[in-house]
Design a protein. Structure first.
Length: 105
């Protein structure tokens, strides 16, 4: 499965648009990460625990998006975008969305 943030795929023609597909993950904070983040905020720098957590959540969201596109019979997903939102205090959603397409063979 090809998936990309671009609206087209080089050297390939989109034959049919199958629809919008999404994948999302709601992630909560880990107490240990919160403690370390609090300490890190004193001296500054990257919060690597949160960076890893968000990277894992983004990867899961992409996997779910690709799975939904596969179920539709898509060859690719184009125009992928990401959004985040707070669900409640201490948790957030990462959503990936794009357009599932069939490619001309």
């Amino acid at each position: 499965m090809i998936f990309t943030t671009t609206e087209s795929i080089p050297n390939r023609e989109i034959e049919d648009i199958l629809g919008v597909v999404t994948g999302s993950v709601v992630q909560t904070k880990h107490v240990g990460r919160d403690i370390m983040a609090g300490l890190k905020s004193i001296v500054g720098g990257e919060l690597k625990g949160y960076t890893e957590m968000l990277s894992e959540a983004r990867d899961k969201a992409i996997q779910r998006l690709v799975s939904e596109a596969t179920d539709l019979g898509a060859d690719a997903v184009v125009g992928i975008r990401f959004s985040t939102s707070a669900i409640k205090d201490g948790s957030s959603e990462i959503m990936a969305f794009g357009t599932a397409v069939k490619l001309r063979t």
